[in-house]
Design a protein around this ligand. Structure first.
Ligand code: GLN
Length: 302
């Protein structure tokens, strides 16, 4: 290979004139050495993203060589990944509940475990949830809108409001609502948790920041250095967000309404007591794929 065609900085070693296959293998090696969790997958996604190829097309064209422009783009994105920027941020979007979500610097990247909250909410509505008419859904701290929009996509006649303290996050959520054709049923309000809402809602959901601030330094770099701190930092014990929601639960939750919260690991007991103290009782818990109690379903005591 002609070294003059080498375009990247020393980090990525991506070469114009190299085949797709060789490039993916080289990047996989680099990513593995850097300690990334899924080096082969990340390499494939980055190469595929730049070339506009899905997995099948990459395999079908594995001998095709990279142009200088393609190599430069792949090198640039790969260097970002080597700096531990998550693939979803590099691409600017992430799939959640089978739907595409744009993300920005002010939103969390939606996590697979947060789908547990969607599942728990839908199952609390019973088998005919899609047919329930006129339900109101409020998502406190909506970020990219993932929870709210996933629920609106399922409960077809529901109307929803997403709040966020970050106006820039809400711009992202609003774009996601439009892209999913849900704008007519989704509104967004800039406020802290439910402070700007009069309520009440039939369904109240939230994935609040729940990491104790002293634990943030030990999170994976992908989370610690790239997710917005405000979306992670739950105060000294990680529970500030739950307390803020609990203090408004009486106003925000309709009689017979359901509150579904994402939980950090080990928080079920304390979160249950915070809400029991304001008359909101735990009904059921749902576990994520790692077996962690991840969603708490609660109702106001009647
Ligand atoms: N689930 C995030 C994590 O990776 C935390 C998000 C949150 O605080 N809600 O720890």
């Amino acid at each position: 290979m002609n070294p003059i065609l080498r375009l990247s900085g020393p980090d990525a070693d991506v070469y114009a004139g190299a085949s797709i296959d060789a490039t993916q293998r080289q990047l996989t090696r680099k990513f593995r050495l850097r300690g990334l969790d899924a080096p082969g997958l990340d390499a494939r996604i980055i190469v595929g993203h730049v070339l506009g190829f899905d997995r099948t097309a990459l395999a079908a064209h594995s001998n095709r060589v990279l142009t200088p422009e393609e190599a430069a783009s792949i090198a640039e994105l790969s260097v970002r990944r080597l700096g531990r920027e998550p693939v979803a941020r590099i691409l600017g979007h992430k799939e959640f509940w089978g739907l595409p979500f744009k993300v920005n610097a002010h939103t969390l990247v939606p996590r697979p475990e947060t789908e547990t909250v969607v599942e728990a909410t839908l199952s609390s509505l019973g088998r005919d949830h899609r047919k329930r008419r006129g339900l109101s859904i409020v998502d406190l701290g909506t970020g990219s809108g993932a929870l709210l929009l996933a629920l609106l996509s399922e409960v077809e006649s529901a109307f929803g409001i997403g709040t966020d303290i970050s106006f820039t996050a809400l711009l992202c959520a609003r774009d996601n609502a439009a892209a999913l054709d849900l704008s007519a049923r989704a509104s967004f309000v800039a406020c802290n948790y439910g402070a700007g809402l009069s309520g009440p809602a039939d369904i109240l959901v939230s994935n609040p920041p729940y990491v104790a601030c002293g634990d943030i330094a030990s999170l994976e770099p992908e989370v610690r250095d790239f997710d917005p701190r405000r979306a992670l930092d739950g105060g000294p014990d990680g529970l500030d967000g739950y307390r803020a929601i609990a203090s408004d639960a009486d106003r925000l939750l309709a009689p017979g309404g359901v509150l579904v919260l994402e939980l950090g690991q080990g928080q079920l007991g304390t979160v249950t007591s915070i809400f029991a103290a304001v008359g909101v009782e735990l009904v059921t818990t749902r576990y994520d794929l790692s077996g962690i109690p991840r969603a708490a379903v609660m109702r106001a005591r009647s």
